[in-house]
Design a protein around this ligand. Structure first.
Ligand code: AMP
Ligand code: ZN
Ligand code: FE
Ligand code: FE
Length: 286
């Protein structure tokens, strides 16, 4: 069984519609995908319906924008009840903040000689309520300012670059509690990508596992090097965390993140389902 627990659709910054995402999973011989759009559940119904048609299981997922001791951290939530009120209130706040930062990014880009209108960005993101820098990047590509998302991030939009603007994030402690309260399992996404300002230390991960009842960590991720994977795997085993592997697929929006390029062991997936079941969550939205 091939299991890929981290993928994005056009409901956030992936380039595949949920239906296309599921069809591509089937084509890549992936049996289970979690759809984990940034800060929204909106793609899950379509993806799940498509999954039922073609025999791909769609696990209910989300990737929450959080922060912990000054670092930006992505938290994957699996099996959350999508109607959970407090979680949805946070999602609304995240989405509004994402919307509000776009004009600020555009002002910075205009000052750099790359004018874009809000409509230019919206034209790249018809379906999403979770606007992000990748949509701005796509608008820059459409105007011919940069070649691809990568160049847009490296030169202008990435953290610390001249058009970087942050948005609201949930405190990680609270995000874990919300995922649990919504019946889900909380898994740290790509916790240690070398060369980014988002690296958590082993001590911080240990603290989250012991004090916050974190359920798992993503070990096999395309942006983790071999040394990082060894370290995270050992740490996860010692702390009793569920260790996952995933592609973080974004369609054509990210290179070297093909569907199913990293996968989760069946034993880990079963444990995840057990946690969701024990908390009263819902593995599937249909
Ligand atoms: P945002 O959520 O708006 O802060 O944008 C961050 C998202 O942009 C990340 O979650 C990635 O999906 C995407 N991203 C970050 N760096 C790159 C890159 N170099 N190329 C393509 N996408 C990227
Ligand atoms: Zn993304
Ligand atoms: Fe992420
Ligand atoms: Fe992601």
């Amino acid at each position: 069984m091939r299991i890929d627990l981290h993928t994005h659709s056009t409901f956030s910054d992936g380039t595949d519609t949920p239906t296309r995402l599921v069809l591509n999973a089937q084509e890549a011989n992936v049996d289970v995908i979690a759809v984990t759009d940034h800060d929204t559940f909106d793609g899950l119904t379509e993806a799940s319906a498509a999954g039922q048609r073609v025999g791909v299981h769609v696990l209910c997922g989300i990737e929450l924008s959080t922060s912990f001791e000054g670092a930006k951290v992505h938290l994957l939530g699996y099996g959350c009840k999508t109607y959970h009120r407090a979680l949805n209130q946070e999602l609304s706040t995240l989405q509004a903040s994402r919307q509000q930062r776009i004009p600020k990014v555009l002002t910075a880009l205009a000052e750099l000689g790359m004018p874009l209108s809000i409509e230019d960005v919206q034209a790249q993101s018809a379906m999403t309520k979770a606007l992000g820098r990748p949509h701005v990047a796509d608008a820059m590509v459409a105007k011919g300012y940069v070649a691809d998302r990568m160049e847009a991030f490296e030169r202008f939009l990435g953290n610390g670059r001249p058009a970087y603007v942050s948005h609201y994030t949930i405190e990680l402690d609270r995000a874990i509690d919300l995922v649990h309260d919504a019946g889900g399992a909380a898994v740290l996404a790509h916790a240690m990508i070398a060369g980014r300002g988002t690296i958590l230390t082993s001590e911080q991960i240990e603290q989250l596992g012991v004090e916050k009842n974190l359920d798992g960590i993503e070990v096999d991720h395309p942006d983790h090097d071999a040394h990082t994977r060894d370290l995270l795997s050992e740490l996860g085993a010692r702390l009793g965390l569920i260790r996952t592997g995933s592609s973080d697929y974004h369609g054509t929006g990210k290179v070297n993140h093909d569907l199913g390029c990293e996968t989760t062991r069946e034993t880990a997936y079963r444990r995840l389902l057990e946690v969701i079941s024990a908390r009263g969550g819902r593995a599937s939205v249909l």
